[in-house]
Write a new protein. Structure first.
Length: 136
């Protein structure tokens, strides 16, 4: 799997190329959450730190080998004056280019205690297989 940050920062705005339309989509992204990527024989798993994110605010799409994760997080207490705050707040966006053949119908996502886990099962032709050697 290769990752690709198809995002360029320009004065707080980001542009992402849309390969099916040939145009660019502009959006305001405050931050890009961090992800770990694990590869097994049967699947790729992406783990992303998304503390305070409501699952209903997540938009996850997989199309043309592009996995896109977009969402929003808000302050827990908007009326409270914070002395100091390090939690990222606002819109976020990440795009990954997937180099493996993925069974897109079986992709699943779960959010548990602020960690997003995306399971991307490999298609049968992308899974490793043992080749038996025959004698003549």
């Amino acid at each position: 799997m290769t990752t690709n940050q198809d995002v360029e920062a320009r004065n707080g705005e980001h542009q992402v190329s849309d390969p099916k339309v040939g145009s660019e989509q502009t959006f305001e992204a405050t931050f890009a959450p961090r992800f770990d990527i694990w590869e097994g024989d049967d699947e790729l798993v992406l783990y992303g730190d998304l503390p305070g994110v409501d699952p209903d605010s997540l938009d996850i799409e997989f199309e043309n080998r592009q996995l896109t994760i977009h969402g929003k997080t808000c302050r827990k207490r908007a009326s409270v004056n914070h002395l100091y705050s390090e939690y990222e707040v606002g819109d976020f966006h990440r795009t990954f280019t997937i180099g493996e053949a993925i069974d897109s119908a079986k992709i699943s996502a779960e959010l548990h205690q602020g960690v997003l886990a995306l399971h991307l099962p490999k298609a049968a032709e992308a899974r490793p297989r043992r080749i038996q050697v025959k004698t003549a």
